[in-house]
Every structure is written in C-alpha cells, then in structure tokens.
Ligand binder design. Structure first.
Ligand code: ATP
Length: 396
C-alpha cells in the first residue's frame, strides 16, 4: 500500500515576537520538548506554546486516518500543517506523488499553491454554502475559482451530485434544502476537487446525531466511490471508530498511540487512551472488520471458501451454496436502514457496527459476508460477534 501523506518528526510551536529573540526562545522550547516537558512548563519558561511535538504518521493512499484527543491536544494544529496553514517549526510534511516527494514544510509559495490546488484540500468546518446559489453552482464553486471550463465543470458536478443522491435538487437554492442535504452538497463540493487528499476538521460536529450518522455513511460511500485519502479530526469516539482505518490519539501535543481501531481497542497504550475508550458503547464502535474472520484465514476446497467449520457453506465467486443448494445473497450497502431479507445470506460493508450485524444474524441465522470497497474481506457469525465483543470487554 502506498503512502500518500506523511508527517516526519513534525514539531510545531507558536512563538510571539520576531527575529533572533524569537528564534532563541524556540530553541529553548525545542530542548525542553525533547526532554519531555509539558505545554504549561514550556510556556512558562519560554513564552512559546507547544502545538505538536515530534509527530510521526504515515497515511496510506485511499484510507481514512482520524486524529483524536481532548480539546487542545494538537489535532487541528497537525491537520493544518498538512496544507501549510500552520508553518512547521521542525520536521517534514511529505506529500507523495508521481513527481516523487514534496515537502510542504520547506517548499516555496508556488509549489504550495500547486499542492493545495491539486493534492491537499481543506474541507472547512461548516461547509459554508452560499444560500443564493443553486446546489449545482455551490458544488461548482471550487472548480470555477480554479478556472475550469464550463463543460468540464458541468460533467464533474453532475457526477458528484449523482454520488450524493442530489441530482433532482441541482437547480434548487441551497437555502431550500434541509440541514442534512446542505451538508451533502458540501461533501459533494469537497469531493469535486482534484485533490486526492482531503483534510476535514470536525465537519459534522454541529449537527444533530441522526443527520451526523447519515453524513458519516455518505462520507464512507463517497470515499469508496472516489478513493481519496482523508485526514479527519474528531473528538467523537463513535465517529472516529466508524470512519477511521487508522486512529491516532494525541495528548498535550504528543502522539500517544496510532493504529487500527482494533489495535487501539484491544491494546490501549496508556491510561489516557484507556480512559478515552471507557466512554464508548462497544455496540456502536465495534465493527464487522473488528470481529470477522478474514477471508484469507478461511479453509478452502478447490476454488471455494468454506464459511463454517462444518463446511456446510461454500462460497465461490459471488455465489454461495448451503449443503450444495444455491442460496440467495442480498447486498445491504446500508444495513442500519434496511431489514434483513426473508431468506439467504447478507453481504454488507465490514464497517457495519456489530449492533446491526447482531440484528441481521438474529434474523437470517447465516454467516454474514463482509466487504470493503465491494470486495469480500471476511465472514462473521454469532460466535465471531460474541468473541469480538468479549475481547473488548463489551459482551457482559
Ligand atoms: N495560532 C495559534 N497561536 C497560539 N497558540 C495556538 C495557535 N493555534 C493553536 N494553538 C495552541 O496549540 C495547542 C493545540 O491546539 P489545537 O487547536 O491543535 O488543539 P485541538 O486538539 O485541535 O483542540 P480542539 O479540539 O479544541 O480544536 C493549544 O494549546 C492551542 O491553544
């Protein structure tokens, strides 16, 4: 898997003043940071505010990486460094691409402009739609500012509106749409840029929980369709676990743990991480991906995968048989909103929370086929779900 964005030993401090005095204060702060001093101590001694210290993080292409932590932990500071909104004091922020590596921390203004336009785009907190423009004109905004041709804009906009299911609303004014629909227009606008890396700083934080959950689903769906790389800031644990392929916890400007949701849940690195995790409901945050048996681990018989120990269920390509009888497989891209079929197996995204998988398993009684970007990645049945919940201490 290729790395798209990389923070290499990034330290960011905010220092008042100018010139040599400022540099000297930063040098003193850097020494204290290296010695492990905390933010208030550094600030008292030098007047310099620690944003983030020695951050190392590689975000893989096509993945969603979530930065988490309490207020002031440094999430936004790190995110904003990824497109040069916060100057980096020490270290490198590397954007990988066809031309090799580009370092945002040290490139010139022309390169930075180019990177912002074509590689790394910031999606602002409230998407800020222009109420007097139509939905179509709002989605077109970034492309227009960039000077794309009318025909190119029209094509791109149609494509994006179809992806978020708003084709029929294209000619309505943004102000005529519900809050949730407006946010979807914002998502369409963000995904319409050329940039293959998107930075999102709590984009859904002000929304009511139902709309928020729906937008998270929309984001996952869009992401699957267009395969961007996303660095996402959230202090909502449920959201982080739902969206993130990779999670990073920050505390007081320092990274305390980075890994897959499963790694973090099963092996919290510090008491801070553990206490963070205590506040979540495992039924919401544990996903199919965390409890499944990965497809590679299943026994095979010729070209067929055996989905259970007894070998009753055989899967070959997209077809499944139970004791040699073909059985229907129903795809549920959004299991939260859909009832299970009256017979046969269900196939759904591996990001589905176990709450929904339990319901489906309860209704079908068959193993559930889990997918990622349309490909089968694993299987789970009732046993797997219980074992997975037991691992995270949530079964009791
Ligand atoms: N421009 C700035 N000048 C001075 N200090 C700053 C600046 N930006 C951020 N900081 C400080 O850097 C630290 C990290 O802030 P940051 O906004 O990155 O935290 P956060 O984890 O994103 O918090 P929140 O969840 O509240 O947005 C804080 O102590 C903050 O006060």
């Amino acid at each position: 898997m290729a790395t798209a964005l990389e923070f290499r030993d990034v330290t960011i401090v905010f220092a008042p003043g100018k010139g040599r005095k400022r540099e000297a204060a930063i040098d003193r702060a850097m020494t204290m940071i290296a010695e492990g001093a905390d933010r208030p101590t550094i600030s008292d001694a030098t007047g310099v505010v620690l944003g983030v210290a020695h951050a190392d993080l590689a975000v893989e292409q096509g993945r969603i990486s979530v930065l988490m932590g309490l207020s002031g932990s440094g999430k936004s500071t790190l995110l904003r460094a990824a497109n040069g909104l916060n100057p980096v004091t020490r270290g490198h922020v590397i954007v990988h691409g066809e031309q090799g590596e580009q370092d945002i921390a040290s490139c010139g203004p022309a390169t930075l402009r180019d990177i912002r336009r074509h590689r790394v785009a910031m999606v602002f907190q409230q998407f800020g739609l222009l109420p007097w423009r139509t939905v179509r004109e709002n989605v077109a905004l970034g492309l227009e500012l960039r000077g794309d041709t009318k025909a190119a804009i029209a094509n791109k906009v149609d494509e994006q509106l179809a992806l978020v299911g708003l084709t029929d609303w294209a000619e309505n004014y943004a102000s005529e749409l519900s809050g949730g629909m407006q946010q979807r227009v914002g998502l369409a606008r963000a995904f319409a840029t050329d940039a293959d890396i998107l930075l999102m700083d709590e984009p859904f934080s002000a929304l009511d929980p139902l709309i928020r959950a729906k937008l998270q689903d929309d984001l996952l769906e869009l992401q699957q369709a267009v395969n961007k790389t996303i660095l996402f800031v959230s202090h909502d644990l449920d959201e982080a676990f739902k969206l993130g392929d990779q999670l990073t916890l920050l505390e007081g400007g320092r990274m305390v743990q980075s890994g897959t949701p499963k790694d973090i849940m099963l092996r919290p690195a510090t008491p801070y991480v553990a206490s963070f995790l205590e506040h979540m409901n495992p039924l919401h945050v544990v996903t199919g991906a965390m409890v499944m048996r990965p497809i590679e681990s299943l026994p095979r018989d010729g070209d067929a995968w055996l989905l259970d120990d007894a070998g009753r269920y055989r899967m070959q390509g997209d077809s499944v048989t139970i004791e040699d009888e073909p059985v229907t497989v129903t795809s549920l891209p959004d299991p939260a909103g859909s009832g299970a079929p009256s017979s046969g197996l269900v196939r759904c995204p591996a990001a589905t929370p176990v709450r929904d998988l339990m319901r489906i398993y309860g209704e079908t009684g068959h193993p559930i086929i889990l997918t990622r970007r349309g490909d089968v990645v694993g299987i789970c049945d009732g046993q797997d779900i219980l074992r997975g919940l037991g691992d995270v201490g949530g079964a009791g």
